[in-house]
Design a protein. Structure first.
Length: 459
C-alpha cells in the first residue's frame, strides 16, 4: 500500500491485512486541511440545484403516471408496468453507463441525458394534453428514460469530489436537498393534478430536466485528477472487466453490496408497498401522507447530522445509524398509531440518511478516479437488483403471514443487516481518507512537483 498512493486507491496488501486504505494516513496535516475548494462554491451550488431538481422530478413522476393512467381507464397493473419499463433498463444498463462515463466527459453525458429526458417527458405531456394515451407508448418512453438515467447516474459519483474537497460535507448537503425535494414533489404533483391535469405534471417534470441541464451547462468542472481517464486503446469490454476486478478487489465494497441485496429483499422491498397499504387501509391516505412526510423530514435531519459528524471509521458509524431504520417497518407492523409511526419514520429517515452520506463519501474517496464511475455503477446496480424481488414477494408473504408480521420481520432484518455490516472487519475498520491532503498531492503531481506513481502501484 504505502503513503505514496493517491487518495482512495486500494492495494492488495491493504485488503489482505484487513486495514482500510487510509490506515497509514492516520495523521492529518493541518496545512492540507485548508480546503481549496469549499463546499459552497458557485459550481457546487449549480450541481446542488441540479441534483435537487432531479430528485423533485423523480418524486413527481409516480404521481403523474398513476393519476394519468388511471384517468384514462388503465388499472394499477398498468401503472406498475409503466414504472418497471423505466426501472428495468436503468438497472440493466447502468453498469455499461459506468464504462461510458469513465471514457468520456461526464458533464457532457449528464447534459445529454437530461436533454433526452426533457424531450421524452415533453412528448409524454403532449400525449396527455391531446388525450391520446396508449400504454405501450408510455412504456417505450419510460424505457428511453431508463437508458438515459443509466448514462447519467454513474457520473454523479466522480463529479462530487471534483467540485469540493470536503466530500462528506458535499454529500450531506446534497442529501438534504434531495430529501427536501422528496417532501415537496408529491405535494406539488398532487396540486398540479387537482388544479390542472396529468399532462401538466409531465410538463413540470420535463421542466426539471431543462433546468438541470442548464445548471450543468453553466457548471465549470476543475481539471480531472491525474490518472482519471482510461487507457488509450482499451476496449469497452476490457474496461468493463477492469471495473469488475476493481469492485471484487475491495472487500468492504462488495461486502456492503452483498448485505444490501439481502436488506432489499427482506426489508426495504416489502416495507415500501406494505406500509402504504397498511396505513391507507387503517388510517386513510392523509395519514400515509403524514407518515411519508415524516420519513422525508427524518432524512433532512440525518443529512444535517451527517454534515457535522466526522468519524474516522465512517462505515462503522453509518452501520450503527442504520439500526434506526428498524423503527419504521416495526412501528407500522405493531400498529402503534399514526403519531408513533410518524416518530418511527423520523428516526428511520435520519438513520438511513446518515448511512447514505457515509457510504457515498466512502466510495467517492476510497476508489481511484479512473474507475470511480464504473465502481459507482456496480454499486447502484447491486443496490437496486434485489428491490423488485422484495416488492414482488411482499404480497405473497403478506397473504401467508399477514402484512403486520411481514413488517415486523422487516424490522428485525434491518437489525440483522446492520449487525452483518459491523461483523465484517473490512467494513467496520475502513479508515476515512483525508481528501484535502490527497487533493493537494494530486495538484503537486499535476505540476510535476512530486512524481506520479506507476499504474501498478496505485491500487
Amino acid at each position: 500500500m504505502g503513503g505514496e498512493a493517491p487518495a482512495g486507491q486500494v492495494t492488495a496488501r491493504s485488503e489482505a491485512s484487513g486495514r482500510g486504505p487510509g490506515e497509514a494516513r492516520g495523521r492529518r496535516d493541518p496545512a492540507a486541511e485548508r480546503d481549496p475548494r469549499p463546499v459552497w462554491s458557485r459550481d457546487f451550488a449549480l450541481f446542488f440545484v441540479a441534483r435537487a431538481l432531479a430528485r423533485l422530478g423523480d418524486t413527481i413522476l409516480p404521481v403523474a403516471l398513476a393519476a394519468g393512467l388511471l384517468q384514462y381507464g388503465y388499472g394499477v397493473g398498468a401503472v406498475g408496468l409503466a414504472m418497471a419499463a423505466s426501472a428495468a433498463p436503468f438497472a440493466g444498463l447502468v453498469i455499461f453507463g459506468g464504462v461510458i462515463a469513465d471514457r468520456f466527459s461526464t458533464r457532457k453525458l449528464m447534459i445529454g441525458a437530461d436533454l433526452v429526458r426533457l424531450v421524452t417527458q415533453a412528448l409524454t405531456a403532449g400525449l396527455f394534453f391531446a388525450g391520446h394515451v396508449v400504454l405501450w407508448q408510455i412504456c417505450l418512453i419510460g424505457a428511453v428514460n431508463g437508458v438515459a438515467g443509466a448514462v447519467f447516474q454513474p457520473g454523479v459519483a466522480s463529479t462530487v469530489p471534483r467540485l469540493a474537497t470536503d466530500v462528506q460535507g458535499a454529500n450531506g448537503a446534497i442529501r438534504i436537498a434531495e430529501s427536501a425535494a422528496q417532501l415537496a414533489g408529491p405535494a406539488l404533483a398532487g396540486l398540479l393534478v387537482a388544479f390542472a391535469s396529468a399532462g401538466a405534471v409531465f410538463a413540470a417534470h420535463a421542466g426539471t430536466y431543462a433546468l438541470s441541464a442548464l445548471c450543468l451547462l453553466l457548471l465549470r468542472l476543475p481539471p480531472a485528477a491525474p490518472g482519471s481517464h482510461v487507457r488509450h486503446g482499451s476496449t469497452f469490454r476490457a474496461e468493463l472487466a477492469e471495473g469488475w476486478r476493481e469492485f471484487r478487489a475491495r472487500t468492504w465494497l462488495w461486502g456492503v453490496i452483498a448485505v444490501w441485496c439481502v436488506y432489499m429483499i427482506f426489508c426495504w422491498g416489502p416495507t415500501v408497498p406494505l406500509v402504504a397499504t397498511e396505513v391507507v387501509q387503517q388510517y386513510g391516505p392523509r395519514a400515509y401522507g403524514l407518515v411519508n412526510s415524516a420519513l422525508g423530514a427524518g432524512t433532512v435531519i440525518g443529512g444535517l447530522i451527517a454534515l457535522r459528524l466526522r468519524p474516522r471509521r465512517m462505515l462503522r458509524v453509518g452501520s450503527i445509524a442504520l439500526f434506526a431504520f428498524a423503527c419504521f417497518p416495526a412501528s407500522v407492523g405493531a400498529g402503534l398509531g399514526v403519531a408513533a409511526m410518524s416518530a418511527g419514520a423520523v428516526i428511520a429517515g435520519a438513520g438511513l440518511s446518515v448511512w447514505g452520506v457515509m457510504w457515498a463519501t466512502s466510495v467517492q474517496t476510497q476508489v481511484a478516479p479512473d474507475v470511480l464511475n464504473r465502481i459507482h455503477a456496480y454499486d447502484v446496480a447491486g443496490s437496486l437488483a434485489m428491490m423488485p424481488v422484495g416488492q414482488a414477494l411482499a404480497g405473497p408473504a403478506a397473504t401467508v403471514l399477514g402484512a403486520d408480521n411481514v413488517l415486523l420481520v422487516a424490522g428485525v432484518m434491518t437489525l440483522v443487516a446492520a449487525t452483518a455490516l459491523l461483523s465484517v472487519p473490512a467494513i467496520r475498520d475502513l479508515v476515512r481518507v483525508d481528501t484535502s491532503a490527497s487533493a493537494r498531492a494530486a495538484g503537486l503531481r499535476a505540476t510535476g512537483a512530486i512524481p506520479e506513481p506507476a499504474r501498478g502501484e496505485q491500487r
